[in-house]
Design a protein. Structure first.
Length: 132
């Protein structure tokens, strides 16, 4: 019978051991079953939010001007480079360019219409990042 396989929240440790953090037992799957059939793809894709959280600038799905952090906080490149100094005011993480969703996939995987407009208190943000 043996021990059940565990799903790790983190990478395996040296020697192939699982880290101490485990999320759940892995259920055995049939060989024909794929990850795509198990996971809900729409829950895993980026929202592609329509505007900058700081200045409310429009950021359509195909712009190269959108930047996101690891939590998908969305800001325009101008705000990231000239105001936020490449540090997310919400989580403290860095920014990367938001990928562009291919136009032919928009119908099946629509972009978000969720607008988050909460201008950053720039003085507080700059004090926070300068004290780190």
């Amino acid at each position: 019978m043996g021990f059940p396989k565990l799903r790790s929240c983190q990478a395996r440790l040296p020697g192939g051991r699982l880290s101490a953090l485990t999320s759940s037992l892995i259920k055995p799957r049939k060989k024909a079953q794929t990850n795509a059939s198990i996971l809900n793809t729409k829950e895993l894709m980026l929202e592609i939010r329509p505007s900058c959280e700081h200045c409310n600038k429009e950021l359509p799905f195909n712009t190269t001007d959108a930047m996101i952090c690891t939590f998908e906080c969305t800001f325009c490149r101008d705000c990231v480079e000239n105001i936020l100094q490449h540090i997310c005011p919400n989580c403290g993480g860095n920014f990367v360019s938001r990928p562009i969703r291919p136009k032919d996939l928009l119908e099946k995987y629509p972009v978000s219409n969720k607008r988050i407009y909460k201008p950053v208190d720039v003085e507080t943000h700059l004090q926070r990042i300068n004290n780190v």
